[in-house]
Design a protein around this ligand. Structure first.
Ligand code: GLA
Length: 382
């Protein structure tokens, strides 16, 4: 991919670019907890967006997407104020947010290329934002800490693209490390790395059911989670986010909530407990506990959060019967996308083949399955 993007950039713009890479991610556990100030444990994966950039002198910006084979040009002083619901929203959103921070980016040529599967719940959007932001910042003297790049990328997605995501995806795309998962406290942004043993493979199985964040379901769940916090706060005002609430609070006051809000809240509160416990288990090499927590997280995502789909349930059900699989669950925003399966590396190939066949027989769908490694966050490649 690196050689190709350099060649494409040279062919389009006749200059040699600097190239930045930012990864997609898989979340091991901790779903829909980030915007509730809770805990998540993702890993960056070896699928990424590359952003190739070089300065230009005529006050224009040109952005070429290799994936969409489209070149768009704008005067630097007339960037559209609103999203157009196309791929170009991501780089334009990033540029807009940087400007709002008082960081002026000089005119540039930018080429984007990526292999993070789109709409599969592996954070292709975050990887585009983070790669683009690193590339744009390289044209200025401004150095920003990685968590700040994550926050600004999230802001581009929230305020320009118009998806109300939390901080998880952009944060791991910035701060991921090879062979490690990252436990993030989404309120303080404190984090710690947990090594993933080398004899475990991250097997990511794409149900091929497309999810879309712009689609209402994510936002609707988020609204219910926020409603849960609001209701509990009327009883215990210290509760600002569901992160502050306990199972005890739910026992006491759950009956004052609409049924749906109660279930979403129960998922988030219990998921926070599971995620912290899972990080401890991974740290201690207690894979059995980690696996059990992943299966419990899937059940909670399916039954209480109601964000799974039949296809993902079929995959996880299959995985739970495979001795080679330590734990499995639907990963990402929900309603489709991929399952994450932690599989003993020596048996990953056989597991993959059996899962494919079983899934095809059960659903008629040919799943794509990716054998991934936990990878490093954003960096300059060349
Ligand atoms: C998407 C969002 C994240 C997070 C997950 C669910 O990936 O971008 O912020 O909310 O869904 O855990």
């Amino acid at each position: 991919m690196l050689k190709q993007i350099q060649e494409t950039h040279r062919a389009k713009f006749s200059d040699n670019p600097a190239v930045f890479s930012a990864p997609g991610r898989v979340n091991l556990i901790g779903e829909h907890t980030d915007y509730a100030g809770g805990f998540v444990m993702p890993a960056a994966i070896n699928f990424q967006t590359l952003a190739a950039i070089s300065p230009r002198a005529d006050g224009q910006i040109a952005i070429y997407s290799k994936n969409f084979d489209e070149l768009l040009t704008y005067p630097l002083d007339a960037i559209p104020a609103k999203a157009s619901h196309r791929w170009v929203d991501y780089p334009l959103g990033v540029l807009t947010v940087l400007r709002q921070q008082g960081i002026e980016i000089p005119a540039f040529n930018l080429t984007l290329d990526g292999n993070v599967p789109l709409g599969a719940g592996l954070s292709s959007s975050a990887s585009i934002e983070v790669a683009t932001m690193a590339a744009m910042l390289s044209l200025t003297a401004t150095k920003l800490p990685l968590p700040k790049i994550a926050l600004l990328s999230q802001s581009a997605e929230n305020n320009y693209v118009g998806a109300s995501c939390g901080i998880m995806d952009q944060f791991i795309s910035c701060c991921g490390e090879e062979d490690h998962a990252l436990l993030l406290d989404c309120r303080s942004l404190e984090y710690q790395m947990a090594p993933i043993p080398s004899d475990i493979s991250l097997v990511i199985a794409n149900t091929m059911v497309k999810h879309s964040h712009a689609g209402g379901e994510y936002n609707q769940r988020r609204a219910e989670v926020e409603e849960g916090a609001r209701i509990l706060a009327t009883h215990r005002p210290e509760i600002k986010l569901l992160r502050d609430a306990t199972m005890d609070d739910l026992e006491k006051w759950g009956s004052t909530m609409p049924e749906g809000v109660l279930k979403r809240s129960r998922h988030v509160i219990s998921e926070n407990l599971r995620t912290v416990a899972a990080a401890k288990a991974l740290e201690a090499g207690d894979l059995e506990t980690l696996g059990r927590l992943m299966y419990e997280a899937h059940a909670s995502y399916r039954d209480d959060f109601e964000a799974s789909c039949r296809e993902a349930d079929i995959m996880v059900e299959f995985a739970s019967k495979e001795p080679a699989c330590i734990g499995a669950r639907l990963t990402g925003g929900g309603f489709g996308g991929c399952t994450i399966n932690l599989v003993k590396a020596a048996e990953a190939k056989g597991f993959t083949e059996r899962l494919k066949e079983y899934y095809h027989t059960a659903t008629g769908i040919s799943a794509e399955i990716y054998l991934c490694r936990a990878s490093s966050g954003v960096h300059q490649v060349i």
